[in-house]
Design a protein around this ligand. Sequence first.
Ligand code: ADP
Length: 266
Amino acid sequence: FRVTLTPIRSRDKGVAGAIAVLQDVTEMEKLEQSRREFVANVSHELRTPLTTIKSYAEALDDGALDEPPLADRFVGVIRSETERMIRLVTDLLHLSRFDSRRNQLRRQKTDLTEMLEEVVDRFSFQLRQKAITVSVKVEKQLQTALLDRDGIDQVLDNLVSNAIKYTLDGGSIDISAKDNNAGQLAIAIKDTGIGIPKKDLNRIFERFYRVDKARSRNMGGTGLGLSIAREIVRAHGGSISLDSESNVGTVVTVLLPIVPEGSETA
Ligand code: ADP
């Protein structure tokens, strides 16, 4: 609690009383703490690739340039670390856009099958590379929905990209859309991947939380994908949940309120 005391003065008797204001600052402190943690995390995440870039540039300067095969490798590392930083900064920008609620949703009538098939198309190269099979199923009576396409595309990209990253070669991914009979559209992305240990499940949506940092880094992850997805889904008035079993697979379910037509600007 923060206590503020203000004296009440009367004209002749000096201080006649006081007003005490008790303010509960627990919530403020929690926010401040998570803000500090976030800044520390961001700094660390940006510093790591920068340090790598610096040391490889120095190695090139110190003579590696004269050994073409070595120089090629070093330039390759510099390029991939730079790409990592670009992904990270792009993710951070997405987060701050949805954080500051300035981002008004632009709902538009969307054909669900088309939307889900387009996501799969965007990943066709990686899917083929890992020989992962994909199925898309949309319930018959649910052909269209009013969604902010940019936002939901980003959510789906993050979830499908995770399903691919954390599924071994030859696995499968099932994407489905259903009406959950409670006024919500349920989109589920199910994979047969490495899964997430039970102990990590309740922290998985935290910014920068990763079960296996090295694995996520190798796969090009930033640790922000799920928190961005949650931010966007919440902006839609929906929710996102994840169920998983180690070495069996993961299913992520996104629930979005079904908005009646005519409320495009909601
Ligand atoms: P990242 O960029 O590391 O993938 P995310 O926020 O998207 O970050 O995910 C956080 C962590 O959750 C990942 O590092 C990974 O450990 C775990 N994870 C997310 N999706 C899956 C999945 N489909 N299967 C297994 N683990 C997953």
